[in-house]
Design a protein around this ligand. Structure first.
Ligand code: MTE
Length: 315
């Protein structure tokens, strides 16, 4: 397991290329690539250029007094290790993912187990717009206008049994679609989990889109979790399995480096990562740094769930 390897994920705070320079370079390269692909191989170009359908969603009170991060930053500066560990790798490689048709296996302690077509699990007539802050454990953040549904609405549909205490999630793991799986960077498939009360919290969200359109592949198409009071790695992408369990599920980052990534992973400026501070963050597209807020600023909605817990031990 490549725990101590130095990669973007783990870079020191002052070694970061300015996102403006990075994104400008990517825009330039994308332009060259599009022109080249169009000239040389129109069929390949068409395959890569997935058209994202617009989604109809109802505005909600889950919004922020901050401008959303520009769409191209959200879609070109990603973490999706199944497509490579570089920030630009997901945008370059995720065209290989086939997001439709898509199904999700539901199992464990539920009364309605089965394999659900995405459209049977998610009510596309009840989509909501929500603007959330995403705080990555690497100490950067973005403001993302998501489209999706509360996780609780899906859980109600599959009817958890009374013994269910946790929800476990699994990402697709298909070597043909995901070139990053060739490298044992993480224990594939990528897995994540929430305690039942966290999963039922109003903020926990399943996204199917962003900026009013379907999710781009690199952002976790067609279905990803968004848990805004936790570090970004809890927000698992391209979900193919949801299991209800009575024991705390194993999660990929915790398996890979238990001292560094706990099960809870609530955003906490008071608990440093063993190798860097979590007290500040850089907002993508901005110079300088801001202070990180406990629970990523969502404490009034979530802090009660952790009453009595020592969050420096339960990190
Ligand atoms: N889900 C899967 N399956 N694989 C990943 O590598 N990366 C996580 C999370 N979900 C990841 C994942 C991390 S570290 C972050 S910060 C967010 O996705 C990034 O989401 P974004 O690329 O849409 O900004």
């Amino acid at each position: 397991m490549l725990i101590k390897r130095s990669e973007n994920w783990q870079e020191s705070e002052n070694s970061v290329t300015s996102e403006t320079v990075y994104l400008n370079r990517r825009r330039l390269l994308a332009g060259v690539a599009v022109a080249g692909a169009a000239a040389l191989a129109p069929s390949v170009f068409a395959q890569r250029d997935r058209v994202l359908k617009p989604l109809t969603a109802t505005p909600t009170s889950f919004k922020l007094d901050e401008s959303p991060t520009p769409e191209d930053a959200i879609t070109q500066y990603n973490n999706y290790y199944e497509f490579g560990t570089g920030k630009g790798d997901p945008a370059d490689n995720a065209w290989r993912l086939k997001p439709a048709p898509w199904s999700v296996k539901v199992d464990g302690l539920v009364d309605k187990p089965g394999t659900y077509a995405l459209e049977d699990l998610v009510d596309f007539n009840a989509l909501e717009d929500r603007i959330y802050r995403l705080r990555c454990v690497e100490a950067w953040s973005m403001i993302v206008p998501w489209v999706g549904i509360p996780l609780a609405s899906v859980l109600k549909k599959i009817e958890p049994q009374s013994g269910a205490k946790y929800v476990a999630f699994e990402t697709l793991a298909d070597r043909d679609q995901m070139p990053g799986l060739r490298w044992p960077v993480l224990d594939w498939p990528y897995t994540e989990g929430l305690r039942m009360d966290e999963a039922m919290n109003d903020l926990a969200f399943l996204a199917v889109g962003l900026y009013g359109k379907e999710l781009p592949n690199q952002n976790g198409a067609p279905l990803r979790l968004v848990v805004p009071w936790k570090y970004g790695f809890k927000s698992i992408k391209s979900i193919v399995r949801i299991s209800l369990t009575d024991t705390q599920p194993a999660t990929s980052w915790n398996i890979s480096a238990p001292r560094e990534y706990g099960f809870y992973s609530n955003v906490n400026p008071d608990v440093d990562h063993p190798r860097w501070s979590q007290s500040r963050e850089r907002r993508i597209g901005e110079f300088g740094r801001r202070k990180t807020a406990k629970f990523n600023g969502y404490g009034d909605l979530v802090a009660g769930m952790y009453a009595g817990m020592d969050l420096s031990k339960n990190y």
